[in-house]
Design a protein around this ligand. Sequence first.
Ligand SMILES: Cc1ncc(COP(=O)(O)O)c(C=O)c1O
Length: 433
Amino acid sequence: MTNRELMERDLRHLWHPCTQMKDHEQLPLVPIRRAEGVWLYDFEGRRYLDAISSWWVNLFGHGNPRIADAIARQARELEHVLLAGFSHLPAIELAEKLVALTPEGLEKVFYADNGSSAIEVALKMSYHSHRNRGEERSLFLSLSNSYHGETLGALSVGDVALYKETYEPLLIRNVQTPVPRDESPEATREALEALEALLEARGGEIAAMIVEPLVQGAGGMHIYAPEYLRGARELTAAHGIHLIADEIMTGFGRTGTMFACEQAGIAPDFMALSKGLTGGFLPLSAVLTTDEIYSDFYCDYREYKAFLHSHSYTGNPLACAAALATLEIFETEAVLEENRIKATRIARNLERFLELKNVGTIRQRGMIAAVEMRGYTPEERKGLSVYRYGLEHEVLLRPLGNVIYFMPPYVITGEQIDRMMEVAYEGISRIEN
Ligand SMILES: Cc1ncc(COP(=O)(O)O)c(C=O)c1O
């Protein structure tokens, strides 16, 4: 089978995510046969370094044998059982570990099966918990430029016009406050002042504020300071508003600490986890919350306060087994320490991009780095040229508009970091000429 044959078969029936399908009249689709470590292999013997961890999910390499074995063992034991009225060991153990790992106060775990579903759970739980206390708060607050997923609730609290605008009439009530424009103390202070003013005016209507802690992913890897998070935590608490930390992308070491919230020393009322949770093997998400919020739902059945939300695959044992194997790698290997060395190497490579006239800014937090090109409109689709150049040179880069970013699996070696970033550098410098 050739790549071309597979592409033709694929395009006969498949409708791909987040894609203008007509693009594939010119843009080749890349069928992948197998993968190992940082490498994806196609059907014609070509390979691609997965610089974006396959949409930010992979942590310890494709085909990681520890995670693969754990899934296989679990599949022979118990592949699935409903989680209402029944339970199983992987779900219990994983909940215990997540509670131990996350900030103080997060004691209860509700499973769902992807990032967006976790956001829906957190939004519904927040609204419902206020309601159970006799307070009607139906407005949600998020940061400008944020992204929290594609289902209607998650889309409502996002702020990327490209994804959101079309569906505006369908969305739940939401309002945005400016994200700090950069990491400087002035930007942090200005954004906190804006938040404070908004909460003074409308705080009583707001159920929860949701944030991507420290790094806004789909919004172009935009980075802001931990001090903003600390301020937002204080202000939301003062107004009786829940804080939802969406650590779906930032969790599990991406920003240098296990969770980004740790860098601000804050504990949110809800934390949403997914993506890296299973090491990138299976869809699973978890929403952690406090005993206090849990107790808002705890009463006799006839009071009708229960959280009647479910998904068929809630807490799937295979996915929980993958997550446990992933956490075991964190427990037995010095992952965060080794990442620090890799992040330093990324930082060294990043500096060089500023030599290019068509590069505006560079930014980095832990194992996430970004290069923002300047002087191009989104319609020029310059990022796409870098994507194509990357593929021709064995690197999968998938720019967000004019932002070329790096979020590789943690198993990447120093030499592979150099090569990944060299290819991006060449790809960007070619556009300049
Ligand atoms: C911060 C954040 N929240 C939520 C989501 C949605 O997750 P999913 O794509 O699994 O629905 C994403 C996905 O990119 C994300 O980056």
